[in-house]
Structure formats: structure tokens, C-alpha cells
Design a protein around this ligand. Sequence first.
Ligand code: DGY
Length: 331
Amino acid sequence: MPESKPAVLVARAVFPQTLQRLQQHFEVQANPDDTVYDGATLQALLQGQAGMLATGSERIAAALLAACPQLRVVANLAVGFNNIDVPACTAAGVLCTNTPDVLTETTADFGFALMMATARRMAESERFLRQGGWTKWAYDMFTGSDIHGSTLGILGMGRIGQAIARRGALGFGMRVIYHNRSRLPPDQEQPLQATWVSKEALLQQADHLVLVLPYSAQSHHAIGAAELALMQPSATLTNIARGGIVDDAALAQALRERRIAAAGLDVFEGEPKLHPALLELPNVVLTPHIASASVATRRAMAELAADNLIAALGGTRPPTPINPQAWASLA
Ligand code: DGY
């Protein structure tokens, strides 16, 4: 009798090649319509599944784990994992994995591009042109702020923060300052030409502030009215980290009152819904959570998520576990 394959749920649509690969190892319940499952549907679909390929859209919390006792592995197709209650997974013996490293450079490229588009008013000027507003050259038409030679402030100095720092210091001659709970060792700081400063100094000194820290209870509204008030009126803010790190209502008010010059946002509180005020403001560039979305990188993320699921359910330690402690209960 051939051994039966473990059952897995692939919670969202993925590349056909990824699905085919998973089907070689598992009985796959796929989601070709790419429905975003609500909690009750997810719970029903997870019955009897040993694994799950998840995305940031699925919330994995204690109640779900208790209702799905056969679940052993959650492979998140994202580097961020704020959709997963990791301590609850560890307590339930569920191993979780994510997709670090493969998206670092692509995400840094996008963060830099969004910062530049924001500083140089690209979206606003394109809207103006498309709407037929361009009838003559003017000396002050869409004047923005320079990137080269300015001060780049980075909040969160993990892999993506460091990749952005490298672009700023080495590519654009920026002065790079950063704030992170732990300071980088000198041998990491030096090649990036980056200087650790307090959060207050970061907010006060940055011409262009980029947020790249993970979302957690501690980083919720790390940028609110008080923090925005410390920034320069000419400064820009770029968020490619997670919605909820910025208080979007406070940001909309600061942008409306020109207490900062502009913002570039790829992530939002409660996305895909947006704070309605953001849609009305000219001085904000809005993109739909696409910082890691190059074809090559999304393929690499999907492959790594599949590698993790195949390894963990096949009895091999997966390449990128979030809670390796859970591996002991699984192995
Ligand atoms: C990530 O990998 O965390 C990206 O934000 C996609 O969700």
C-alpha cells in the first residue's frame, strides 16, 4: 500500500509551479479563486490538514489552533509574521516558518523608489499631467526635495533597513542615521556609513524617514502625532513595514496641515481598506503592499515557503523556522 500523503491547505492562490510541486508531496486543498477566507471558513477548511501555506491575510491564533489539532506546520509566504501568534503556535507544538532574505534587495529597491517618488512628487505630478493640467513650464512646478546629499533616517535596522542604508550611503551620498533597539556592531555599521541615534534625534534630523521595523504590540503606532510633531516640515515619511506602525489618522492630519511635506505608503492600518483622508491628500504616494512584488522575488518567496512545508512535514528541519523550539515537538 503506498503511504498516504499529508494534507495541506494552500490558503491563497500561488504560482501554478509551486502548487504542482506541493502536489507531489501532499494532498493539496488549493484556493484557485484566491478567496480571502474569514476565520470560520479557515477553521472549517483546516480540519484534518497537517500543514498550511499561509499569507499575511490569514490570522493564526490560539482559538484556531485549538480547533485544528492536526495542524503541525504553518509556512508563511512573507517575511513578516504578525498574522501569526507565535507563542500560541509554540505552545500548541505548531512549527511556523517565514521567507526572509530572498526579498531583502527587492524590498529595499522598492522602499528607495517610494521614498524618491515621494520626495520628487512623482505621483502628484503624473496625476496633474494626465488630467490635462500641464500647459506651460514653470520655475516652481512640482519642486520637491533632494535625495542626494540629504539625511536618510531609518527606523528598524534589520536586513531590509541595512540594504536601504547601503543604497543611501553608497549610491546617493546620503548621511545615514538609524534607530534600532540594538545598535549594529561596528563592523556592520562601518560599510553602511550608518550612525545609531536616539529615536528622537532620528525624527528631528531625518530629511527622509523610512520605516522598516517589524509590527508588534511594542511598535504599534510607533509613529503618531507626537513623533510626527518632531519631524521637520520639509521631511518625508516612507512606510514599507506594516500598517499599524503609523497612526494613519494622525499622519493624514499632519500631511493635511503640512506639518511634514509628504508620505509614501505601501502598508496601511486595516489594509486593504485605507483611512479615507489619505485618498484625498495630494502629498501622499499610495501603493498596495507591493514592496516585495518583483516576479523573481515572489517566485523565490513561494519556493522558500514550499521548501519549508515540504521539509517540516517530511521530517527534516526547515530552512527558515520562526519558532525552532517547536521543531523538537514535531521531529
Ligand atoms: C512580507 O514578506 O512580509 C511582505 O510584506 C509581504 O507580505
